[in-house]
Ligand binder design. Structure first.
Ligand SMILES: Nc1ncnc2c1ncn2[C@@H]1O[C@H](COP(=O)(O)OP(=O)(O)OP(=O)(O)O)[C@@H](O)[C@H]1O
Ligand SMILES: [Mg+2]
Length: 455
């Protein structure tokens, strides 16, 4: 919208002349004969600039100026005074006027003054907008969750997002939200305005994957009729997300390592190094460490990637979020299917809560979608949930019995410690944190149970 100028002047000729001049310059000009009329405009319109005469019938210019500043401090006010009124001009400046102009004046002089005021106002507006963008909430997109596990994940995302180039490895079971995490890292980083490109390394045959990533020169192979940019070049300045990195064929892996180390690569068939500035995020639901041991994944790349690892916890380790995610999903599906489902019955909810969710949030989404379709009323009942959810409770009970029969509490504790140590790759601080005991206690227990340091 064009900037607007409010002229408050009781001399009609003067008022008209000013209006004509500035309308020609593209401003939206509003004219008022006195302060009272001006106030009415101010309550109804968005005003950027006000040009007010000091001497007005009724409310004087200074009072009007103060009223304007009180109503909207962002309006820039220029006061017109007669030559001998220097003192008044000073009090106007003190009351927050942007500037003043002495009558009589040349229109050119007024034009310059108003141009400058508009320019300053635009700058102020830009700064405000930038500040607002900066203060805007951190970005987590579709990610829902409120529990402490989820909050810890969010905090970690924000931290790694700030490291400008460090590659990040996102690990987690299938369906936990690794892709959303990758997106959140990009959006919360300084690269947010730049490209965020993704490629699924398992979905593309490996010859194509190489061309996709690095691009090719004309004539590099039979089908290369034209040279083409690859994803590394296209995401320059931004982030490239290599999903399912565990499925990347070994011969491409060293090339990825090179981009990470030196930020350069060559196109297929090219003889020139291309320099890029790309943050690489990788994700996998495979156990890369085991893959390395079996020779299926390059050790050097693994060590480079795992420097900054985010483990996205499975849904069963943050059951407190289930209810919030379900709420959001139901709202969505209501819209999609034109339904009005209010929620789940208590027993249906408890089935959701007790199920181990091997397919994590993706599975939860499917279950809720299906239930929303099946439910004929405004509530989801156990009968709308799949068989395997309804069986969980029985299975859990059985499992507990077997454990009680075969294992002592100490056995269970020992096994649990070994399991956790394995999951955090032997990092005792992390293990202690997960187990809710101090490092010292953990060390004592490891000694007691004869658990090796490297377990
Ligand atoms: N915290 C969350 N809140 C709401 N929806 C989520 C959340 N996390 C994941 N989802 C949804 O769950 C589904 C699976 O997420 P995503 O594709 O990111 O998982 P993934 O870990 O990449 O899975 P995979 O290993 O199978 O590729 C998506 O539809 C996503 O929108
Ligand atoms: Mg994924």
């Amino acid at each position: 919208m064009n900037p607007s100028l409010l002229v408050v002047e009781d001399d009609e000729v003067m008022c008209k002349t000013i209006a004509e001049v500035f309308e020609k310059k593209g401003l939206r000009v509003l004219s008022a004969k006195n302060g009272e009329d001006a106030i009415i405009y101010l309550t109804r319109e968005i005003i950027d600039l006000a040009l007010i005469d000091f001497r007005l019938p009724g409310m004087n210019g200074l009072t009007l100026l103060k009223a304007i500043k009180e109503m909207d401090d962002g309006i820039m006010v220029i006061v017109m005074t007669a030559y001998p009124e220097v003192k008044m001009a000073i009090s106007a400046m003190k009351a927050g006027a942007y500037d003043y102009i002495n009558k009589p004046f040349e229109l050119e002089e007024l034009k310059l003054l108003i141009d400058k005021a508009l320019e300053i106002q635009k700058m102020k507006f830009d700064i405000l907008r930038l500040q607002r963008i900066k203060c805007e909430e951190d970005y987590f997109g579709e990610m829902i969750g409120t529990g402490s596990v989820f909050n810890e994940l969010k905090g970690f995302i924000l931290k790694v997002a700030k490291a400008p180039k460090t590659p990040i490895l996102i690990q987690g079971e299938s369906g936990v939200g690794k892709e959303l995490v990758a997106n959140a890292i990009h959006q919360n980083s300084d690269r947010a305005g730049k490209p965020f490109l993704k490629v699924n390394c398992s979905a593309i045959p490996d010859t194509l994957l190489e061309a996709e990533l690095f691009g090719y020169e004309k004539g590099a192979f039979t089908d290369a009729k034209q040279s083409r940019k690859g994803l590394f070049e296209l995401s320059d300045g931004g982030t490239l997300f290599l999903d399912e990195i565990g499925d990347m064929k070994p011969h491409i892996q060293p090339k990825i390592l090179r981009v990470i180390e030196y930020q350069n690569f060559r196109k297929i068939g090219g003889n020139r190094d291309i320099q890029v500035d790309v943050r690489i995020i990788t994700a996998t639901n495979r156990d890369l460490k085991t893959m390395v041991e079996k020779g299926l994944f390059r050790e050097d790349l693994y060590y480079r990637l795992k420097v900054m690892t985010i483990n996205v916890p499975p849904l069963r380790e943050r059951r407190e979020d289930i209810i919030h995610i379900v709420d959001a999903l139901i709202k969505n599906y209501n819209k999609l299917f034109g339904k009005n489902i209010k929620g789940l019955s208590d027993d249906a909810m408890s089935l959701l809560y007790n199920y181990p969710w091997p397919g994590n949030i993706r599975e939860l989404k499917n279950v809720i979608e299906r239930a929303c379709i099946l439910s004929g009323s405004d509530i989801i009942l156990p009968s709308h949930l799949p068989e395997e959810l309804r069986n969980t409770e029985k299975k859990n009970l059985k499992g507990a019995e077997i454990n009680r029969d075969l294992k002592s509490l100490q056995d269970v504790e020992r096994n649990h410690i070994i399991r956790i140590l394995g999951e955090v790759e032997g990092n005792k601080s992390s293990a202690a944190k997960i187990l809710g005991i101090s490092r010292l206690t953990l060390r004592e227990k490891m000694k007691k149970y004869g658990i090796e340091e490297s377990a």
